[in-house]
Design a protein around this ligand. Structure first.
Ligand code: PMP
Length: 436
């Protein structure tokens, strides 16, 4: 007898490429299908309930079906979901976010993180009149051609560390696009500045994620960010942050932990309160490129569903309740989790470590934390072991992100962390002979 999930996947294979709508959720032999979520628990269509440490790839800050969001959105739904008009909800939400973050004078809402990063890069070009984008090797920024280069699972394509290659993710990416991306190593001031100096006249912006997941979920050094900032001031360029995932790590985003203010910030995930969302925000001066009241609009920009009242209402409810006290409480819970995991690693005596900041952390099957993308590289052997660990956790009622990363929600407490740590510890014991 086939399970419900197997049956559904068979049908899915007929109508969706590879049976999925997004590759992130693909699993062998088939994806898992969710039935419902409540707080920090998700129940699949087989009726099995698990603690959700994935939170739709870090986008749910209060877990599932958070009552304040359900109520606010239900009310808005009865009034309509989108109009060819502005709504009060976007003004209220813009006010909330601009009051929250010192670098935000103005904000424009879009529909995803990819779109936010794309609009941010285009705004940087429109403002500076330059074409090139500098980005950190290996960092993920969504699917815009210029943002997605330089992530490859094949180390032989990386190129020299003094000049990392601008390699495409998708076959057919125009060479011209690749030529307009300047790739710099993470947290390496000397090499990064040397590379930037070779393109002094042409760089519209330096794009940085302050806690890049694929670079190992290690924070950018304050000195690194200061050096990039200074370079942008000296070379009529912009410093722009991708806070699509990191906005949840502090009250005013991860940028709160740094000395300098970015010119622009892209957001997504948590700001949608569980609905598709993105935004770019920044200084009055730069955001003016979007302003339709100007005689010449440097970046004409629209979006059919941008700032729709469902997302605005949900986002407002989510972020209003993710106040300073909630941020501190959640980050303290993540600190507790990391301490407990480190203790489990020491007790088992396995080569593993945990990285991360704010309410996110990642477990590596490496003795010491990586310092950059190349060190964060997961070998075939490590990948097999991580998948074994993830399967073990899953079978024990715990769902993680597929890199063995976790993002917490305010619906969680020590009870859920203790369950995670107990299962992890058993998992480490299970892997130990394989790692000897
Ligand atoms: N930037 C970062 C740092 C991300 O983590 C993501 C999504 N994982 C994106 C951009 C793209 O966001 P979206 O999937 O909403 O397009």
């Amino acid at each position: 007898m086939m399970s419900k999930s197997e049956q559904l996947f068979e049908q899915a294979l007929q109508v969706l490429p590879g049976g999925v709508s997004r590759n992130t959720i693909f699993r062998k032999p088939h994806p898992f299908y969710a039935e419902k979520g409540e707080g920090c628990y998700v129940t699949d269509i087989e009726g099995v309930s698990r603690i959700d440490f994935a939170n739709n790839m870090a986008s749910l800050i209060h877990g599932h079906a958070y009552p304040a969001i359900v109520n606010a959105v239900s009310e808005q739904l009865t009034k309509g979901s989108c109009f060819t008009m502005a709504t009060e909800s976007e003004v209220n939400y813009a006010q909330l976010l601009c009051d929250r973050v010192p670098s935000f004078d103005k904000i424009r809402f879009v529909n995803s993180g990819t779109e936010a990063v794309m609009a941010m890069l285009k705004a940087s070009r429109a403002y500076t009149g330059k074409a090139k984008i500098a980005k950190v090797e290996g960092a993920y920024h969504g699917a815009y051609d210029y943002a997605e280069v330089s992530q490859t699972a094949n180390p032989s394509n990386w190129g020299d560390i003094d000049k990392p290659s601008s390699i495409p993710v998708a076959v057919g990416t125009p060479e011209k696009a690749l030529d307009d991306v300047v790739v710099i190593p993470f947290n390496d001031i000397e090499r990064a500045i040397n590379i930037l100096n070779q393109h002094k006249e042409d760089i519209a912006c330096i794009l940085v994620d302050l806690l890049p997941h694929r670079v190992g979920l290690i924070p950018a050094d304050n000195d690194f960010i200061n050096a990039l900032y200074q370079w942008t001031r000296d070379n009529q360029s912009l410093l722009v942050f991708d806070e699509v995932i990191t906005f949840r790590t502090n009250f005013a985003g991860a940028q709160q932990n740094y000395d300098v203010k970015p010119d622009l910030t892209a957001m997504g995930k948590v700001i949608g309160g569980g609905f598709p969302a993105g935004a770019l925000a920044g200084s009055d001066d730069v955001m003016k490129v979007l302003d339709p009241t100007q005689e010449k609009v440097l970046l004409p920009h629209s979006g059919t569903f941008s700032a729709n009242p469902i997302t605005m209402t949900a986002g407002y409810a989510a972020m209003k309740d993710f106040d300073q006290a909630a941020v501190t409480k959640l980050n303290d819970l993540a600190k507790y989790a990391k301490e407990q995991i480190n203790q489990a690693i020491a007790e088992v005596g396995i080569n593993a470590c945990v990285t991360g900041a704010g309410s996110m952390f990642r477990i590596h099957l490496k003795a010491t934390p990586p310092n950059n993308y190349r060190e964060a590289y997961i070998s075939k052997q490590e990948s097999l072991l991580i998948n074994k660990l993830l399967d073990h956790l899953f079978d024990n009622g715990i769902m993680m992100i597929n890199t063995c990363s976790a993002t917490l929600s305010t619906a969680m407490g020590k009870k859920e962390i203790d369950s995670l740590v107990a299962s992890l510890k058993d998992g480490f014991e299970m892997l130990k002979p394989d790692m000897a």
